[in-house]
Design a binder for this molecule. Structure first.
Ligand code: ADP
Length: 194
């Protein structure tokens, strides 16, 4: 199963992507986590992206696309993946399409976490206190949300137009959203005759 989760910061997509990954035994591929791991390891990639993450800006597309291309080619992604944090703009979405087409795979569904900015911001503040993530400063959060509206919302519309978008009520509890996702994935399975 090849899945994508899309939604603003604080929408709960990372939490749900981890649950889907465990339940369906497919890797959770999070570009944000991959960059943070590189930073913690002090690798060349990490040193390059550290100031970018701290500012809330996007890492250049060439770096991000190359990272994802390599990750999706790894053996554990052969049966599927749940992609989180990518694509974040139209150029990345086009690169993903081309990448999947080249290996003869398609996205089964794009789970869209729909919630208001008010709720998203409240949740990010909660997370900032709990996790102490370095890029959860008010400035970086505001920048990430602005980029989401400018650059990622067009990606949502692109997938809506293909009929792959599955809108979720993301203001509900983790359990409720999880149930909504599993129901949607069951329907997909039936549609595919599985
Ligand atoms: P959030 O969902 O809270 O914005 P992420 O963990 O998804 O956090 O991303 C953290 C940061 O990593 C982003 O602000 C950006 O700098 C970088 N990043 C993650 N994914 C991408 C991507 N697809 N393209 C460019 N930069 C990215």
């Amino acid at each position: 199963m090849n899945l994508l989760v899309l939604g603003p910061q604080g929408s709960g997509k990372g939490t749900q992507a981890k649950r889907i990954s465990a339940a369906h035994r497919i890797p959770h591929v999070s570009t944000g986590d991959m960059f943070r791991t590189a930073i913690a390891a002090g690798s060349e990639l990490g040193r390059r992206v550290e100031p970018i993450l701290a500012s809330g800006e996007l890492v250049p597309d060439d770096l991000t696309v190359a990272l994802i291309r390599e990750r999706l080619a790894a053996p554990d992604a052969a049966e599927g993946f749940v992609l989180d944090g990518f694509p974040r703009n139209l150029a990345q979405a086009e690169a993903l399409d081309a990448m999947l087409e080249a290996i003869g795979r398609t996205l089964d569904a794009v789970l869209f976490f729909d919630l208001s900015d008010e709720v998203a911001i409240e949740r990010i503040h909660g997370r900032a206190i709990e996790e102490g993530r370095e890029d959860d400063t008010p400035e970086a959060v505001a920048r990430r949300l602005a980029i989401y509206h400018e650059q990622t919302e067009p990606v949502v519309e692109r997938y809506r137009a293909t009929g792959k978008l599955v809108p979720l009520h993301a203001e509900r509890t983790v359990e409720q959203v999880s149930t909504e996702i599993e129901d949607a994935l069951d329907l997909l399975g039936e549609g595919a005759g599985a």
